[in-house]
Design a protein around this ligand. Structure first.
Ligand SMILES: *[C@@H]1O[C@H](CO)[C@@H](O)[C@H](O)[C@H]1NC(C)=O
Length: 504
């Protein structure tokens, strides 16, 4: 019996020691992890978001759920929350819903639209842009977003890319429409302008017609045939060479873009400032669709203005700003003011900020978290620098690597083509070296190409990259990955390089 007593003493001692070791390990572990990977917590956060987004995406695919459905759910969830703030007006989710119902009804009556039709929108940043797009989605139609700065030949080219039968223009763009009206008339295009009256033969006023309509919801039957593979919108990319191309964005691509704000850490109580053009993918996908996905509020501005930027942020309690490199540069170039740090902006999401501007921006405007992103409108690959390392356009994450097979391959800048080995395959560059970013085209990472432009679409496809018969999206961008897994943009070769075929 004595032994038992002794043994329990030993047990106690062992238990105590174990507890001690455990405590020490728990205390030291974070330090060890930190030294091995200072981005551990951010990686963990990204892991959670990736899983969340992955589940959402697979559900969306199983039972088709569009960004419009998300919008309608948000309307039901918080009808009186502010959705769009524009100049001195603001519109709640419910008001936006009802406005777009009226637009949809007017288009149904006067343009006889049916699901699958494409309508070109020639509109700048104003609430009408949002109502129009929502209305077209409610009718199962695809919106094609024309750049408001294009004119004459270029305008006609872009318009014809998407095979639209209807064109809707903003009130201030009548002159540009009149320039091309004879051709539009010849092609039998229905042209509307967002005005109450229009006396030009061939242009119909639309605002008066919208006002006459009821704001009752529209039947879902109107868009019953639309699915995840249907084109959601056409967005024009300003190619380095030649005329703009209409990138086909299917619903899944729209969803992917809209999740960027989630990855950046945007919450539903944030207020997002959009001053970039909505007809480009940055403001439309990440900004507007991201807002709907998160159920936040947008402060919309017709144009970027460096002198009004911070005043707007203060006036509207903006917490998230969206940028491109130039925006940040212009902001840093404005004269210094005492109240430079007096604002509620906590997050900036965008792309193209230079390293020196990044540092200067933080010094001057305070502790704002910058989330730099990388991606192309038509691309099937994208990154976000959720780690916050200055200068990087993204950070690798193992889950993303599993979902999207991308690689940096050796590129011969003299010959302007990827380097092939003796078997005719491309060669991945070692870490730290610059290579051409390519991403496998597959079911999960499709490339939808450009509308009515097989030649340009084919040009973006690289074949037989790592094995016979495979196919990759050629980003046209040279990138580098550092030892910590951050991606750095190096150079743009665009679509200037010659044939991507090889004869082996
Ligand atoms: C901004 O926030 C302040 C203080 O929280 C509040 O008093 C003000 O009404 C807000 N302004 C807007 C436009 O929401």
């Amino acid at each position: 019996m004595k032994c038992v007593c002794d043994r329990s003493d030993i047990f106690l001692l062992i238990k105590e020691m174990l507890a001690y070791i455990l405590c020490t390990a728990l205390a030291v572990l974070p330090i060890l992890i930190y030294f091995r990977n200072p981005y551990f917590l951010k990686d963990l956060y990204c892991t959670f978001i990736s899983i969340y987004v992955g589940i959402r995406l697979s559900r969306i695919e199983k039972r088709f759920y569009s960004i419009l459905d998300r919008f309608l759910d948000k309307v039901a969830e918080h009808p009186h929350k502010k959705f769009i703030v524009y100049e001195e007006s603001s519109y709640t989710y419910s008001q936006a819903d009802r406005e777009s119902n009226k637009v949809a009804r007017a288009l149904l009556t006067h343009a006889h639209l049916k699901q699958g039709d494409t309508v070109a929108l020639f509109l700048g940043n104003e609430p009408w842009f949002v109502w129009m797009w929502l209305a077209l989605s409610k009718l199962g139609c695809t919106a094609s977003f024309l750049n408001v700065n294009i004119r004459s030949k270029s305008l006609l080219h872009c318009f014809s890319c998407c095979e639209a039968k209807v064109l809707i223009a903003g009130a201030d763009l009548q002159g540009a429409i009149e320039e091309v009206l004879p051709t539009l008339k010849q092609q039998g295009i229905l042209v509307f302008i967002l005005r109450e009256h229009c006396h030009v033969d061939g242009i119909e006023s639309l605002s008066d017609k919208i006002q006459m309509e009821s704001d009752e919801p529209l039947s879902r039957q109107l868009r019953a045939s639309i699915n995840i593979k249907s084109p959601a919108v056409y967005i024009y990319t300003s190619g380095t060479t030649g005329l703009p191309k209409a990138a086909v964005l299917k619903h899944k691509r729209v969803w992917r873009g809209s999740f960027l704000l989630t990855f950046a850490g945007v919450r539903s109580d944030d207020v997002i400032y959009i001053n970039l053009p909505l007809y480009h993918s940055a403001a439309f996908l990440m900004g507007l669709c991201g807002t709907i996905e998160r159920g936040t509020t947008v402060v919309l501005r017709s144009k970027f203005s460096a002198s009004n930027f911070w005043n707007d942020c203060r006036k509207y309690n903006v917490t998230v700003i969206q940028y491109i490199g130039e925006v940040m540069r212009y902001l840093c170039n404005t004269p210094k003011r005492d109240n430079d740090k007096d604002h509620k902006v906590r997050l900036a999401v965008g792309n193209g900020i230079r390293e020196d501007t990044w540092v200067e921006f933080l010094e001057r405007f305070g502790n704002i978290c910058i989330r730099e992103c990388y991606g192309a409108t038509e691309g099937n690959v994208g990154f976000i620098n959720y780690g916050g390392k200055v200068g990087a356009v993204g950070r690798e994450h193992f889950l993303y690597k599993m979902a999207c097979k991308y690689a940096l391959i050796r590129f011969d800048t003299e010959k302007e083509e990827p380097v092939r080995d003796s078997r005719g395959f491309c060669v991945e560059v070692p870490r730290g070296e610059t290579g051409l970013l390519v991403a496998k085209i597959g079911k999960r990472t499709p490339f939808s190409g450009y509308a009515k432009d097989k030649q340009q679409t084919d040009k973006k496809k690289l074949r037989d990259v790592f094995e016979k018969g495979d196919m990759y999206f050629n980003s046209g961008d040279l990138l580098k990955i550092d030892d910590e897994g951050f991606l750095f943009f190096q150079d743009r070769i665009g679509d200037t390089f010659r044939s991507v075929k090889h004869n082996k």
